[in-house]
Design a protein around this ligand. Structure first.
Ligand code: ZN
Length: 312
């Protein structure tokens, strides 16, 4: 069996304001709310998921809601930028849309010849829209009621940018173990690595090792998860990573997928998550995200848990 991690599964970040977060990701960015649940390790806090129509692996942007949390600091060891893919030619639409929403965005054309639009979400989380050929984005489906016209809509992740304390070791793990070889080393500030999938599979590693020290809280990414097809391959990855000398967590039941976690050598928290079963396991596709979903072991405490959650 050849173990593969074709691309990114989800990115999880932290927000200090659930209501504002929902408004921004659904109304400004036009992503679909695909799950409202709680942090399985702390049911007093929401865990929100946005994505394409079904929140397919490669499209799921998720947030831990830490109401009133202080601002974190972007820096190593973290995912310092989350990149979403938009169709080629959609950048001008987004420039206008973000300007109308009074969001400062900076466009550039000089990164590996691509058009990139950089901006921040209301917590200060660094985001980029990157133009990508539409055929590579056809995996993702945009709902008919999307507030952003389908031809411009975000189609999953393009990739992530990593600030590692040990960029060379991070790059070695990506290349030698995880199946993300370097594909472009021509930029002065970063090296581009890419997984086998033709979407949501770019990992940029910043080159400098003397980086600002980050602090995880609102406006920062908590971890990035990579996709694995099934539980059997996930087991194989547990062994592969342990043999590489990394500490790997036991398999965790996340209901919508199963997860293992490890810190790459540069300190960034990585996860490997199974493609299935997905967000339709506990509610129908057409009404995803409309109610609070709880894992089966929390159902008996539903009224108590819901009463403690702030309105969204
Ligand atoms: Zn995760």
């Amino acid at each position: 069996m050849k173990a593969t991690l074709p691309g990114i599964h989800h990115v999880t970040a932290i927000t200090a304001d659930g209501k504002r977060n929902v408004a921004f990701y659904t109304q400004t960015l036009g992503m679909r709310m695909v799950k409202v649940t709680v942090n399985f390790d702390d049911p007093s806090a929401y865990h929100l998921y946005y994505g394409d129509f079904l929140g397919r692996p490669g499209s799921a942007m998720t947030f831990f809601v830490w109401e009133g949390a202080g601002l974190g600091r972007v820096g190593a060891p973290q995912v310092v930028v989350t990149q979403f893919a938009i169709p080629v030619g959609a950048l001008a639409y987004w420039q206008e849309r973000l300007a109308e929403a009074k969001i400062t965005a900076t466009a550039s054309q000089d990164r590996f010849g691509q058009s990139v639009l950089a901006f921040e979400d209301p917590d200060g989380l660094a985001l980029e829209l990157v133009e990508a050929p539409l055929d590579s984005l056809s995996t993702f489906e945009i709902g008919a009621d999307s507030v952003v016209p389908v031809e411009y809509a975000i189609r999953g992740f393009y990739g992530v940018t990593l600030a590692s304390y040990k960029p060379d070791s991070t790059r070695a793990l990506l290349t030698e173990v995880m199946g993300f070889p370097a594909t472009d080393e021509t930029a002065p500030d970063r090296t581009r690595h890419k997984g086998a999938a033709d979407y949501a599979s770019v990992v940029d590693v910043l080159n400098q090792s003397e980086l600002r020290h980050g602090q995880g809280s609102a406006g920062t990414v908590h971890h990035v998860a990579f996709r694995v097809p099934d539980a059997e391959q996930q087991k194989a990855w547990q062994t592969i990573l342990q043999e590489r000398g990394l500490g790997v967590s036991p398999v965790m039941e996340r209901c919508y997928f199963q997860s293992i976690y490890y810190r790459e050598p540069g300190g960034i928290l990585f996860e490997i998550a199974t493609d299935g079963p997905g967000f339709t396991i506990d509610e129908p596709a057409e009404s995803l995200g409309e109610r609070v979903c709880l894992p089966p072991w929390m159902e008996e405490n539903r009224s108590q848990i819901e009463a403690a959650l702030p309105p969204l």
